[in-house]
Design a protein around this ligand. Structure first.
Ligand SMILES: Cc1cc2nc3c(=O)[nH]c(=O)nc-3n(C[C@H](O)[C@H](O)[C@H](O)COP(=O)(O)OP(=O)(O)OC[C@H]3O[C@@H](n4cnc5c(N)ncnc54)[C@H](O)[C@@H]3O)c2cc1C
Length: 380
């Protein structure tokens, strides 16, 4: 075993840390307050190679491993989880899915601009009536020979308005249940495709979450990903990898809140000494650091397994479950350590606490992660 990061990994982490400090920190409170999408920052992240990190260079990506990706995700998420969710969806859902399962034509047309950060993508599985139970898709993609006719509504779509390319799951053959679901590549601007209302959210307020409406959208057959009926398997495979991204987002939110709390505890005085000298606060810091380290090891293990080409489904669910619970717990404690100052926007920790909550919900709730993990344990 080797717990040592390579020089290259350290450089990537440092580059992400510097970018987050210099480009994301200024304005992060304002963007959260006004629900402003970090457009300029995402463009810069694309130019630096953060939007298609794991994609092979021939398709416009950085050709890096998953370890590099989670290290960068952690650093970006410490400062701005709204920017990191855009990065996560683009890298681990959209680009990874296209690279692994797309045809050469699909890769040239869609993956190259997505991986090089010229455009961003969205992953569209959830519906008003299909969240955790993603098999009950109501959106339909009727086979019309050379094209599919797409009808229905998607909910909660990250990058809903800012994306140019959407991977949309839809039911082609109801009789075949989840084996009748397809994934179609839909372009913004296709006639009949409308971006619906933007959600007014508790956290990750800089990211744009929208419903999407499809009315008789003609999607060419060549825009189907994989074989007929592969859509549900595609979504599950992609989400398994995506969970490593969300786990590293949760880890970053926790680590960011911990770093702020540690610093504050060494500055703030009460009863003649710094609050860090009160054992109640010191013990909180010890528990925060320990849980964060445990979460980091789970995230790195899942990333490492993926890089080795081994099965990582259980480990990515474990990493996502644990890191998101740690993020929620640590951020609440970070607010507590800040006292009244933790309750106002200026000190950042209240935003991190609001941002942490979503990591227990999207890409499979904590309950669903437990379903996934326990199923695998019981079938081993
Ligand atoms: C900000 C945001 C961004 C999102 N981005 C995207 C996106 O880009 N693309 C996309 O497709 N979706 C996205 N989602 C949707 C997200 O993945 C779903 O909200 C999530 O999967 C839960 O589905 P639901 O909201 O319908 O809750 P439900 O499935 O209705 O669940 C409600 C509660 O019941 C519990 N529950 C459900 N089934 C079980 C079970 N079998 N056992 C135990 N408990 C259960 C859940 O854990 C939860 O606590 C996003 C959501 C949000 C809020």
């Amino acid at each position: 075993m080797n717990f040592q990061l390579s020089e290259e990994h350290e450089m990537i982490r440092q580059a992400a840390r510097d970018f987050a400090q210099q480009e994301l920190l200024p304005g992060v409170i304002e963007r959260d307050k006004h629900e402003k999408f970090p457009a300029e920052q995402i463009k810069a992240m694309g130019e630096l190679g953060f939007m298609g990190m794991m994609v092979q260079p021939e398709y416009g990506g950085g050709g890096m491993d998953t370890i590099s990706y989670v290290l960068a995700m952690e650093e970006i998420s410490k400062i701005d989880a709204s920017a990191s969710v855009v990065m996560s969806v683009n890298n681990s859902l959209v680009c990874w899915g296209l690279e692994k399962f797309g045809t050469e034509e699909q890769k040239q047309k869609y993956l190259v601009p997505l991986a090089s950060g010229q455009i961003i993508g969205a992953f569209c599985l959830s519906e008003p009536e299909a969240g955790s139970d993603a098999t009950s898709q109501r959106t339909t993609a009727i086979d019309k020979g050379d094209h599919y006719l797409l009808n229905g509504t998607k909910n909660w779509i990250t990058n809903g308005n800012s994306a140019s390319v959407y991977l949309v799951m839809a039911q082609t053959d109801v009789e075949k249940k989840h084996r009748g679901i397809n994934c179609l590549i839909v372009e913004k601007g296709m006639p009949g495709f409308i971006v619906g209302k933007k959600e007014d959210k508790m956290g990750i307020r800089g990211s744009d979450t929208h419903s999407l409406m499809f009315t008789d959208v003609k999607v060419p057959k060549e825009n189907r990903l994989g074989e007929d009926g592969f859509g549900f398997t595609f979504a599950m495979k992609v989400l398994s990898g995506g969970r490593i991204g969300i786990a590293s987002q949760a880890l970053g939110i926790a680590a960011g809140a911990y770093e702020l709390a540690l610093k504050y505890s060494k500055e703030r005085k009460a009863f003649g000494k710094t609050i860090s000298e009160h054992q109640a606060i010191a013990f909180k810091l010890a528990d925060m650091a320990t849980r964060i380290e445990a979460a980091r090891n789970l995230v790195l293990k899942a990333a490492w397994l993926k890089d080795q080409g081994q099965n990582f489904d259980k480990e990515s669910a474990m990493a996502k479950l644990y890191a998101s619970e740690v993020a929620m717990w640590v951020t609440v404690e970070a607010v507590q350590i800040h006292g009244g100052y933790g309750y106002v926007k200026e000190y950042h920790v209240e935003r991190l606490m609001r941002d942490a909550k979503i990591t227990q919900i999207y890409e499979g709730t904590s309950e669903i992660q437990r379903v996934v993990i326990s199923r695998m344990l019981l079938s081993e």
